[in-house]
Design a protein around this ligand. Structure first.
Ligand SMILES: [Fe+2]
Ligand SMILES: [Fe+2]
Length: 345
């Protein structure tokens, strides 16, 4: 890409405005006052875990030729930061509700340090073998073969973002928790920008290359797996998919909507990835009694000392609170030089 602006996405605007999701208006203290179902809690754990795993996905993406494209790396720099805070948002939400599995260390005043779930993230990364060549499927195909392969990563990312944001809409539909609704609506705003970037990148590459269109179509048709597969077990992925999209006509509507949007990308006409996946998940649930139901979730622990509402979601209108004095001679010398220059001007 030679320009920052494709017809569908203004990258320059995105980069200049990227920031942590603004949750300063969320009524954190009201979270324990409304019930979540076991299914809601299951979804929140899944979403939290996958949002936090984004940095590992980034590691895999940067091992491909996508890293050669400065537009893509600029986007990814902001994207991974925004995703970190999505994970933290779900973590804070669950903690305020009274669920923290496993229990994590806390600071003397009861708050949790960031990252708020160090034990949980470590456990997940060890169990999926982060240090042992774990990677998304397109990475294995070999990014060195052709630059058209970048289109696969971009389309894969687009489908991930679109299914994520549609999943958040589905959770709003399924859950009655008003504060969760507020939070998800904020996060959806970010996911929408992410989706727009990936789709614009994939589309531009596929429009100009028949090879890219054929490759992306083949990979999506034959190798695509839902976001979270590889980190979560097949049964966990099915449980989430069926809870959000397999609960009746409205769930199906979400799936059909995703498929229609994907099929509008050149080369992907008539693909029905999500509906096919949902059919297969429903078949597995029918064939394997007890498969992928909503399992009982940990009960909230209200007696465990109420967790204070997080303070890190303030809007940073008043500048950075962590201004730091120089800690070395070289820094001090440069600070003095800078001060002299200000004095001279
Ligand atoms: Fe996210
Ligand atoms: Fe995202």
């Amino acid at each position: 890409m030679n320009q920052t602006r494709t017809a569908d996405f203004d990258l320059d605007r995105y980069l200049r405005n990227s920031k942590k999701v603004d949750l300063s208006e969320i009524e954190w203290d009201d979270i324990p006052n409304h019930p979540l179902t076991d299914g809601d809690v299951m979804c929140l754990h899944y979403m939290m875990d996958i949002e936090t795993h984004t940095v590992i996905y980034l590691r895999d993406l940067l091992a491909t030729r996508a890293a050669e494209d400065p537009q893509i790396t600029a986007f990814l720099s902001c994207w991974v930061y925004e995703e970190l805070w999505h994970g933290e948002a779900f973590s804070d939400f669950l903690r305020l509700y009274g669920i923290e599995e496993p229990i994590e260390p806390r600071l003397p005043d009861g708050r949790r340090p960031l990252p708020t779930r160090a034990n949980r993230w470590r456990d997940i990364r060890v169990s999926v073998g982060v240090g042992n060549g774990f990677g998304i499927v397109p990475t294995m195909i070999g990014s060195a073969l052709a630059r058209d392969f970048v289109a696969i990563h971009m389309m894969w990312g687009a489908v991930n973002e679109l299914t994520t944001l549609t999943g958040y809409y589905a959770l709003i539909r399924r859950s009655d928790h008003p504060v969760l609704h507020q939070l998800l609506r904020k996060v959806i705003q970010d996911e929408r920008r992410h989706f727009a970037f990936y789709r614009a990148q994939a589309k531009a590459r596929m429009e100009r290359s028949r090879g890219a269109r054929m490759m992306v179509r083949w990979v999506m048709k034959n190798l695509w797996t839902p976001v979270g597969a590889g980190v979560k077990s097949e049964e966990e992925v099915d449980a989430l998919g069926l809870y959000l999209f397999g609960d009746g006509p409205e769930g199906r509507e979400h799936a059909i909507g995703i498929d229609k949007t994907i099929a509008a990308v050149p080369g992907l006409e008539s693909l029905t990835l999500i509906q096919d996946y949902l059919d297969a998940a429903e078949r597995r649930a029918r064939e394997r009694p007890g498969w992928s139901g909503v399992t009982p979730m940990p009960a909230p622990r209200r007696d465990n000392g109420h967790s204070p509402a997080p303070t890190h979601w303030r809007e940073s209108l008043d500048g950075r609170p962590d201004v730091m004095p120089a800690t070395s001679d070289v820094e001090r010398r440069e600070e003095e030089r800078a001060a002299r220059m200000v004095g001279d001007s």
